[in-house]
Design a protein around this ligand. Structure first.
Ligand code: BTN
Length: 243
C-alpha cells in the first residue's frame, strides 16, 4: 500500500475529509494533514484540542481485509508507529497507554482515533486519525489539560517539521501494514507490549479495577482481580498504582 498525502490549511476534522472520500469510493491510502482543525474529535466522544499550525493532525483511509474484531489492532499499530517515529526524532522516555495513547515522560503526547464503517459483516473502511503534539508549549493548551499533556518541543527543546513528520509516520506505517496482511498480528502485539507503560500496574477502566495483565489477540485489555479476568474492549485507563 502507498499513501497519497494531501495537505490542508484548515478543515473541520481530517477525519471528515477522509470520510467524504471514503464514502465516494476512494482507495485505501489517501491521507490528509491539516494545519488547523475547527472540530477535532478524540476517542469516546471527546473533542481534540490542537492549536493551529503547531501540532500534527493526520488521518488516513484503510480498507483492510481482516475481520472486524481485528480492526482495533490497526489502532494499536498506529500508536506503535507514533512511538517509533518519536524515538527516531530523539525522544527516549516514551510509552503506550491502552489502547492508543502515546505518553512521553508519563504525559500524553499523542492520541489515535480509529473510526470503522462495517458492511455485511466485513470492514468497508477504517479511518485512522493521529493527533501528535509537536511544537506546542503547555500555555497553548487549555488550563485543565496542562498537567497531563506534553509535546515534542517541551520534551526536547527542539521543533519538528509537520510535513516531514507526517511523511515519516506514513512510511513507517506502510511497511508494517503490508506485514500485517502477510504475517498476521503477532508482531503488532509484541511491539505494542514492549512499549506498554502499565503492564502489571493496578488500573481502573470503566469503574472496573484490576491488574493490567496483557492484551489479547484482538487488542482487548485483560484485567485481573482476585484471580478473575475481565476483557475490556473500550474505555479510559486510569492508573492507580505501579507494581
Ligand atoms: C484521542 O482521543 O486520544 C484521539 C485523538 C485523535 C485526534 C486526531 S487529530 C487528526 C484526526 N482528526 C480528528 O478530528 N481527530 C484525529
Amino acid at each position: 500500500m502507498n499513501f497519497d498525502l494531501k495537505i490542508y490549511d484548515k478543515v473541520t476534522s481530517t477525519q471528515d475529509v477522509i470520510e467524504r472520500s471514503a464514502k465516494s469510493g476512494a482507495p485505501e491510502g489517501i491521507a490528509a494533514l491539516a494545519f488547523a482543525q475547527e472540530q477535532g474529535r478524540g476517542r469516546l466522544g471527546r473533542s481534540w484540542v490542537s492549536p493551529a499550525g503547531k501540532n500534527l493532525a493526520l488521518s488516513f483511509l484503510l480498507r483492510p481485509h481482516c475481520a472486524p474484531d481485528k480492526a482495533a489492532l490497526l489502532g494499536l499499530l498506529t500508536a506503535v508507529t507514533v512511538c517509533e517515529t518519536l524515538q527516531e526524532l530523539g525522544l527516549t522516555d516514551i510509552g503506550l497507554k491502552w489502547p492508543n495513547d502515546v505518553l512521553a515522560s508519563s504525559r500524553k503526547i499523542a492520541g489515535v482515533l480509529s473510526e470503522a464503517s462495517l458492511s455485511g459483516g466485513h470492514i468497508d473502511y477504517l479511518i485512522v486519525g493521529i493527533g501528535l503534539n509537536l511544537n506546542t508549549v503547555l500555555e497553548d493548551f487549555p488550563i485543565e489539560l496542562r498537567d497531563i499533556v506534553t509535546s515534542y518541543a517541551r520534551e526536547t527543546g527542539r521543533r519538528a517539521d509537520l510535513r516531514a513528520t507526517a511523511k515519516s509516520l506514513l512510511n513507517r506505517f506502510e511497511a508494517d501494514y503490508d506485514r500485517f496482511a502477510t504475517d498476521g498480528a503477532d508482531f503488532i502485539i509484541a511491539k505494542w507490549k514492549k512499549l506498554w507503560a502499565h503492564r502489571d500496574c493496578k488500573v481502573a477502566v470503566n469503574k472496573i479495577e484490576g491488574i493490567a495483565k496483557t492484551i489479547d489477540d484482538s487488542g482487548a485489555l485483560i484485567l485481573e482481580e482476585n484471580g478473575r479476568r475481565t476483557r475490556i474492549t473500550a474505555g479510559e485507563v486510569k492508573l492507580i498504582d505501579h507494581p
